[in-house]
Design a binder for this molecule. Structure first.
Ligand SMILES: NC(=O)c1ccc[n+]([C@@H]2O[C@H](COP(=O)([O-])OP(=O)(O)OC[C@H]3O[C@@H](n4cnc5c(N)ncnc54)[C@H](O)[C@@H]3O)[C@@H](O)[C@H]2O)c1
Length: 318
């Protein structure tokens, strides 16, 4: 087990996969002083990542800081470039067999002390970890970042059945050093914490839309300006304390029976996927997304999220 996260020297990192998450993570860690190798063998992927990293650094840092970050970031097409890293974070597409293949290679390439982390959104950490040796499984964790990876502070650090405390602790230290807010998920449960809660909320929102209770814009308006604005300051459990658990219990007693509880995706959503109406990237989702409006919207949201996260963290530090 490496200990350099506790010392002043940031440990060497490797990010496998230079897509939207991998490029964001590379920019973030390099900016925070970590030497980073960014590996992607797919034709054109590193060039696309390069442009994305430039945009991210321009938004987050001064030109001087951006240049220093760039100097710490080494792109590579061969996985062997990850062999010197103390922590490897995988961010390749969400396919179990691909992830397993990559970790089997990393297990063979990296020294025994290297900690391996997967940024899977919801695949089982244990199911991916079968690809590495039983000894390495102690140093295998989930590190679930949120998009945009360089902006959202929280990371779920997920322990598999074999993960030892030193390894999850090491990953949490590295993340804190990078300015993140890691939370330990003590066991490998599908969707971890955030996606379980996000999907419970989205299942009900889609069901309300399907039943014609309100328009998509009105459902979003209700959530944003009631629960949403409050959630930025108060989690759902603390909020129950504030509202009164007796009140919540009384409402839960009659409401739960009426809530959406289907165990497969809504027909409305399945139809949208079939028609290719898959959201902003396709020009149509619950809303229309003309290309020029989409770009402006994404840039504006990213900027606003950065400012909001900074404001909330500053406020909390007071
Ligand atoms: N996008 C999100 O909002 C989000 C949030 C949290 C977690 N995740 C998870 O992060 C992972 C990556 O997601 P993404 O959105 O960045 O995907 P993406 O498709 O944008 O990027 C994946 C990258 O992996 C590369 N790749 C493919 N095969 C590879 C290989 N053999 N070796 C190295 N690189 C390879 C691709 O070229 C691509 O650049 C997924 O597991 C996803 O579920 C995504």
């Amino acid at each position: 087990m490496t200990t350099s996260a506790a010392s002043s020297e940031p440990p060497r990192l490797a990010i496998i996969g230079a897509g939207s998450m991998g490029s964001g993570l590379a920019a973030l860690f390099a900016l925070r002083g970590f030497p980073v190798v960014l590996v992607d063998p797919v034709e054109g992927a590193l060039a696309r990542a390069d442009a994305a990293i430039d945009r991210q650094l321009a938004a987050l840092a001064t030109p001087e800081q951006a240049r220093a970050a760039r100097a710490r970031l080494v792109p590579a097409t061969a996985q062997a470039a990850a062999a010197q890293a103390e922590l490897v974070i995988e961010a390749v597409p969400e396919k179990l067999e691909l992830k397993r293949r990559i970790f089997a290679e990393l297990d063979a390439l990296c020294p025994q002390r290297t900690v391996l982390a997967t940024n899977t959104s919801g695949l089982s950490v244990n199911a991916i970890a079968v690809a590495v040796s039983p000894e390495r499984r102690k140093r295998f964790v989930g590190a679930h970042f949120f998009s945009p990876a360089d902006v959202i502070p929280l990371v779920e650090v997920v322990r598999g059945d074999s993960t030892d405390e030193a390894s999850s602790g090491f990953v949490m230290d590295v993340l804190r050093q990078a300015g993140k807010r890691p939370v330990l998920v003590r066991r490998d449960i599908p969707g971890f914490i955030a996606n379980r809660i996000q999907h419970a909320l989205a299942r009900e929102a889609i069901s309300l839309l399907e039943k014609g209770v309100a328009s998509a814009a009105d459902i979003d308006e209700v959530v944003r300006w009631s629960l949403g604005i409050r959630l930025a300051l108060t989690g759902p459990l603390e909020q129950r304390d504030l509202n009164g658990i007796d009140v919540h219990h009384a409402i839960a007693s009659y409401l739960y029976a009426d809530l959406e509880n289907r165990t497969t995706p809504a027909p409305l959503m399945a139809g949208m996927v079939e028609r290719g109406e898959i959201g902003a990237k396709a020009g149509q989702g619950f809303y229309p997304w003309p290309a020029e409006q989409r770009e402006r919207h994404l840039a504006d949201k990213s900027q606003a999220l950065t400012e909001l996260a900074a404001w909330l963290q500053q406020r909390e530090a007071q």
